[in-house]
Design a protein around this ligand. Structure first.
Ligand SMILES: Cc1cc2nc3c(=O)[nH]c(=O)nc-3n(C[C@H](O)[C@H](O)[C@H](O)COP(=O)(O)OP(=O)(O)OC[C@H]3O[C@@H](n4cnc5c(N)ncnc54)[C@H](O)[C@@H]3O)c2cc1C
Length: 433
């Protein structure tokens, strides 16, 4: 079969590789200049750097397996990373049970309670009973009001904004469950994974393997329309040409698929797809003249904060990698019509710097040597209670059209490993038909 894949993110590239290796003729079309999608990179200090901060956990088995399969083991790096939380004007470590015991924003009783609930969620296997329960009410009851006010409420708000109160408990459960699982020795140390040369190393190796298996990857080419005749896919029209195809796997976010699909599609499957909502992300990558804190990932549980976390990447990957330059990410998840998402770069930085000065009082804008700002309109699906019952599957009612996207990842939070899993499962599904 000749199979077209829309999108050269990890889902598209991995599916493409499996399909090409199974003997199909594969064409991947990517609208951006380079492959990688949300895990894409840009040239930085003689190497590459992610536009949006990326790492993986020891529990991200699909990522690790793919890295090994592509022979990239020697590029794989594990680093124990300092994690923290900004609370009431203080930077507090928040990575181990000892850190929790010393976490004075919570009463002693609530610290013990916090640890016990985390342990409960870490051990729990059957989450399906949570399907219709909203995370907020459950967290308030289980962890207590203080933990909601001081920790979880602002963090959920940072991730989902005004939609935080609608988020389902399975999403929260899965975040805590997988994260606890990624800590070695129960709940103590945690190592995070990265690749030498950035995630570009993975994208490049995937493209190379795909081409080696006879596939094609075409960047700067947008799929404009999927061609459907008699209820089945017959090809696509891209910004460069019209092509005949036997099947198509589309990996972009559902809201961006409508412009490619025939108008007026009716039925349960399309209704499910129409219900999928996303938040965008706006992310500033600061090149710093000096390190601003000893922490890699510092959560900011404050609803007044314009960013969800201060991520000093060079406390994870040595600044020597970048010729001594220090790198920090500041990022927010927002609806794409939110005033902050739409702000000019200059106005956004003014807001970011103003708050950064609160967190790191001796920070000055002159500490920043350069800035790049990236925006992604489809960064985070809004995973409301009952989401699992509204998932749209891989096969669509249009014969030969398949979908693999972040909105189908559930109950886990979207991530590289799950996108690889989506891609691989979609390829399997296509091969079986
Ligand atoms: C801010 C942020 C931080 C993250 N951090 C982490 C992390 O630390 N660890 C982790 O595991 N995961 C992280 N993720 C998630 C991870 O990036 C995603 O799970 C993964 O990259 C999604 O891959 P994908 O292929 O499913 O989708 P995408 O990467 O979105 O790929 C879809 C591709 O389709 C292309 N496309 C869209 N429309 C068209 C068209 N009409 N024609 C041609 N091409 C088209 C797009 O350009 C894109 O390249 C993060 C995500 C964000 C937003």
């Amino acid at each position: 079969m000749k199979i077209g894949i829309v999108g050269a993110g990890l889902a598209g590239l991995t599916a493409g590789l499996d399909l090409a290796r199974a003997g199909h003729k594969v064409v991947v079309c990517e609208q951006a200049a380079e492959p990688g999608g949300l895990a894409g990179t840009f040239p930085f200090a003689g190497t590459r750097l992610e536009m949006f901060y990326h790492h993986f956990f020891t529990t991200d088995l699909q990522t690790i397996a793919l890295i090994e399969e592509l022979g990239l083991q020697d590029k794989l790096m594990w680093r124990e990373t300092p994690m923290g939380i900004y609370q009431d004007g203080q930077l507090l470590k928040f990575a181990s049970p000892m850190d929790l015991l010393r976490f004075t924003p919570l009463s002693f009783f609530n610290r013990i309670r916090f640890g016990l609930v985390i342990l409960y969620l870490a051990k729990l296997k059957h989450w399906q009973k949570f399907e219709h329960i909203k995370a907020e009410g459950w967290i308030r009851r289980a962890f207590g009001e203080q933990a909601w006010e001081k920790v979880w409420g602002p963090l959920m708000h940072g991730k989902f904004g005004e939609r935080a109160s609608e988020i389902g408990l399975p999403w929260f459960y899965s975040r805590v469950h997988t994260r606890a699982g990624s800590r070695a020795q129960g709940m103590t140390k945690e190592s995070l994974g990265y690749l030498q040369g950035s995630f570009q190393t993975l994208h490049d190796a995937l493209v190379k393997a795909l081409k080696h298996a006879g596939g094609e990857v075409r960047c700067r080419e947008q799929v404009k329309a999927l061609r459907v005749k008699g209820g089945r896919i017959i090809g696509w029209t891209t910004s460069r040409k019209t092509e005949t195809l036997d099947a198509v796997l589309a990996t972009p976010a559902p809201p961006s698929l409508w412009s490619m699909l025939p108008k007026g599609l009716k039925g349960d499957y399309w209704d499910r797809l129409r219900q999928v909502e996303y938040l965008g992300n706006v992310c500033a990558v600061l090149t710093l003249k000096r390190s601003l804190s000893p922490i890699y990932w510092m959560n900011i549980p404050d609803v007044a904060s314009p960013f969800i976390a201060v991520i000093e990447h060079t406390n994870f990957i040595s600044s020597e990698t970048y010729g001594g330059k220090r790198v920090m990410y500041l990022s927010s998840y927002l609806p794409v019509d939110h005033p902050r998402y739409l702000k000019s770069d200059q106005a956004l930085l003014k807001e970011y710097y103003g708050y950064l000065q609160k967190v790191i009082p001796d920070f000055k804008p002159t500490d920043v040597a350069a800035v790049k700002i990236f925006r992604a309109p489809f960064a985070q699906p809004v995973v409301r209670a009952g989401y699992g019952e509204r998932l749209a599957g891989t096969a669509t009612p249009i014969a030969g059209l398949y979908l693999a996207n972040m909105a189908q990842i559930y109950p886990e939070d979207r991530g590289l490993s799950y996108s690889i899993r989506q891609g691989r499962n979609a390829a399997k599904r296509i091969i079986q038909t």
